[in-house]
Design a protein around this ligand. Structure first.
Ligand SMILES: CC(C)(COP(=O)(O)OP(=O)(O)OC[C@H]1O[C@@H](n2cnc3c(N)ncnc32)[C@H](O)[C@@H]1OP(=O)(O)O)[C@@H](O)C(=O)NCCC(=O)NCCS
Length: 174
């Protein structure tokens, strides 16, 4: 297993994995190429024998570079429950781009228990707190409704982990 920053040529592989996972919002090819082009230093792909088995897209908040915002996390079904997502989060936090990071933000749907467990586990490992506040309500997602039949989008709850420092991050095994 290797972890590496994505390049723009990884966009297609990330989008393919997102399709396979079936639960994540599917963004455009352009958005997935931007991850490699603009956010490689704070994002990661995991590969086994050249096959992409996991990824995290993340970026520093433009108005608050002490906060890294985790946009999407995905692990191939066969690779789950073995600590891979946790290891990818730690890999990002240990990067030079995150040297000044003190908080990690992400949003999670209220019914996504594996994802909530992942971030609760990270807060525990970092020995720090986690606050929850609704960021994007279901009503905000309704405004994108174009009348086609579809399942309503869950609200997205902001989970804010921190504060933590570099010493605490470096003590984590990756
Ligand atoms: C969420 C996801 C990334 C977790 O990946 P993973 O590699 O299996 O996670 P880890 O093995 O690092 O587990 C982290 C913690 O979550 C717990 N966990 C993992 N899957 C779980 C599940 N299905 N139910 C309950 N807890 C779970 C683990 O036990 C571990 O807990 P610990 O910290 O107490 O040890 C993976 O399930 C996935 O890709 N899901 C689909 C996409 C998704 O929902 N992404 C998140 C929203 S962007």
């Amino acid at each position: 297993m290797i972890f590496r920053p994505p390049g723009k040529e990884d966009g297609a592989g990330i989008l393919k994995l997102v399709h396979q996972l079936g639960v994540l919002d599917i963004n455009s090819a352009y958005a997935y190429m931007l991850i490699g082009e603009h956010h490689a230093g704070t994002s990661v792909v995991a590969e086994i024998d050249g096959e992409l088995v996991g990824f995290i897209s993340a970026y520093l908040l433009p108005a608050d570079p002490e906060t890294v915002f985790v946009w999407q996390v995905g692990v191939a079904k066969a690779g789950r429950g073995k600590g891979l997502a946790t290891r990818m989060l730690v890999e990002i936090l240990k990067r030079p781009a995150c040297a000044d990071v003190r908080y990690l933000d992400t949003t999670i749907g209220p019914t996504n228990e594996p994802s909530q467990a992942l971030f609760r586990g990270l807060a525990r490992r970092l020995d720090t707190g986690m606050e929850e506040n609704e960021l994007f309500s279901a009503e905000l997602f309704d405004a994108f409704d174009e009348g086609e039949p579809h399942d309503p989008h869950e609200p997205e709850i902001l989970f804010r982990i921190g504060p933590f420092d570099g010493q605490r991050v470096n003590a984590l095994s990756s």
